[in-house]
Design a protein around this ligand. Sequence first.
Ligand SMILES: [Zn+2]
Length: 222
Amino acid sequence: MIHSEILKTILGIDHGFLTKLTSHELSQHHIFKLCRVKQVHGSNVVSIEDIKKLDQHQTEEADIIITSLPRVALTIATADCVPLLFCDPIKKVVAASHAGWRGTAQNVAHATVQALVHKRGCDTKEVRVAIGPSIQKCCYEVDQKVYDGFLVKIFFTPIPGKKDHWFFSLSEMNQYQLIEAGVLEKNIWRSSLCTACRPDLFYSYRKEPETTHRQFSFIALK
Ligand SMILES: [Zn+2]
């Protein structure tokens, strides 16, 4: 399991980015109840208010989950997309979100920060964020459709000899969006691990399009 430097020093939370080798550890986590939603590459928010209703959220279409309840592990499943884990240690709130290119184009990072501010009264300067392993610029080749989805072009690198194709740094784009949303750069941790480069650790949709396996990321208040 991979832990971020920024979150692992915060007392009162537990978090992790699981790999192929550690995926069983989440289901063995008897202390927490797992909370999942139906991820649809959007920017809808689900706020978890009642531990008895966790099952109902499983069919709810959303890519952002937020809670102040203890012992609820907000869980995101990915295979190349960017998992984002949030914590405000002052307000004692956690959130998790899922950002593929479509979600990132809808600024799911900003929407999560806004949910923390408006639903829980968080101060953006207190918010800590860990950006988990995802497909990185080395492997993430995109076409015009993705390029056109973003106003900010600084994370696209043209590919020599390949017109209208770029390498795109999705995780850096998310980091940029978090800073634009008011999160301090010093409070953001970003994994440089590439899910497509490391089949020993991760499932990758780009590497194996037929895969239905996903890696899980979670965050919970203890
Ligand atoms: Zn790579």
